[in-house]
Design a protein around this ligand. Structure first.
Ligand SMILES: Cc1ncc(COP(=O)(O)O)c(C=O)c1O
Length: 376
């Protein structure tokens, strides 16, 4: 069995799970290692505590390798929103962001403006269907703009932004701040056009909550003042008393306090597993599964709102059915787990989604269509 097929075989959750964009059921390796780490913490022995603390460095190394950066530039965070707070609160100037972003981007830009007495100024854009394209960004550019904050993959439509094109659009002197929550680990892309990348482990990495990261490339560190820097973000290497050291020169400045070592371990294992399986292979299998979902929706006459081109999507298929609430209920009754929000039903498979799950979806949509026919 190849490493990739071995990885696919680890998807041991019940058939019917199509909600990876909301939460990824924990992988067997994450579950096993967190139990082992918890046992070590339970012993209280300093050597055992140190062993678990090594998870932080492991997570930094693995994430940095996947992003093409240095481990020292990766910080372990409690959430990707907190990573974005470190990046956005420390800016001075206008920040382009779409009003349709996940609130971790939009609300954080707004709160940054309030917290900084408007040193940070939101430059809202409302592009068609929330798609942050290079054209939409260029239209909003002027000399005041210092950064663009954008989701790599839109949580609602699944639209995948073109990071290289966005970098070209903003030029070399502005910061590209990327929320990679819906792409990291399942999209094989070059993240180096970005200056800041945040992500977390509780969806596509199958690593549970609390396992987030934020990467600050050197250019970002030069321009983002560490406004939220805490006791782990200083020049001091240990505990300090009777002195107030300055923020550290490195990315550590964008941390508040000691990281949760159990969460860092989960992040390290979740990231290691996708790296070892091969992110290109994961992306390809995920794209096959997304194709299958789109084909099923098309066959049953349900409108698909997500992009169809592989290069413009990742793992999210947004359906726009005529009767969203009734469809959501039908899927739930059939044992399918999806996200139903307003007019949209969001289906998100993973690389390990099995044929049985896709068949369940097909059968549920078939029955849904027949029900419409009978009741019409
Ligand atoms: C695009 C995007 N960004 C951020 C978040 C929130 O991340 P966190 O819970 O790590 O703050 C989500 C959660 O669904 C998301 O979809």
């Amino acid at each position: 069995m190849s490493t990739f097929e071995g990885y696919v075989a680890t998807f041991d959750n019940e058939p019917g799970y199509l909600n990876w964009a909301a939460f990824g059921p924990l992988s067997p390796s994450v579950r096993a290692e967190v139990f082992a780490d918890a046992d070590l913490l339970g012993s209280g022995r300093p050597s055992s505590l140190s062993l678990v603390a090594e998870r932080v460095g492991q997570a930094q190394q693995i994430i940095a390798g996947m992003l093409g950066g240095d481990a020292d530039d990766v910080t372990v965070q409690p959430s990707s929103t907190q990573g974005l707070m470190h990046a956005l609160y420390g800016l001075t100037g206008a920040v382009i962001a779409s009003t349709a972003e996940f609130p971790s981007v939009s609300l954080t830009v707004e709160r940054a403006a309030t917290a900084t007495d408007h040193a940070v100024r939101p430059r809202w854009i409302t592009p068609d269907d929330g798609r942050v394209t290079a054209g939409a960004v260029v239209d909003a550019l002027d000399d005041e703009v210092v950064a663009l904050a954008v989701s790599h993959v839109d949580f609602r439509t699944g639209y995948r932004a073109d990071l290289a094109a966005l970098r070209d659009a903003i030029g070399p002197d502005r910061l590209l701040i990327v929320d990679a929550v819906q792409s990291f680990g399942v999209v094989d892309v070059d993240y180096t056009p970005a200056d800041v990348v945040v992500g977390h482990g509780y969806k596509w990495l199958r690593a549970g909550r609390g396992s987030a990261f934020a990467w600050f490339a050197p250019r970002a560190r030069e321009r983002i003042s560490p406004l939220l820097s805490g006791i782990t973000g200083t020049t001091a290497s240990g505990l300090f008393v009777d002195e107030l050291p300055a923020p550290a020169a490195g990315a550590r400045a964008y941390t508040v306090s000691q990281p949760d070592t159990l969460a860092a371990g989960r992040l390290a294992i979740g990231a290691r597993d996708v790296r070892d399986a091969g992110i290109a292979a994961i992306e390809e299998r995920l794209a096959d599964n997304v194709d299958a979902v789109i084909e099923i929706a098309d066959r049953h006459g349900i409108a698909v709102r997500s992009p169809r081109e592989r290069s413009q999507r990742a793992g999210i298929v947004a359906l726009a059915p005529e009767e969203p609430a009734r469809l959501a209920a039908a899927l739930a009754n059939a044992g399918l787990v999806v996200t139903a929000r307003g007019a949209s039903v969001r289906i998100s498979p993973h690389a390990g989604t099995d044929a049985e799950t896709l068949q369940l979806l097909d059968d549920a949509l078939q029955a849904f269509g027949n029900e419409t026919f009978i009741s019409a």
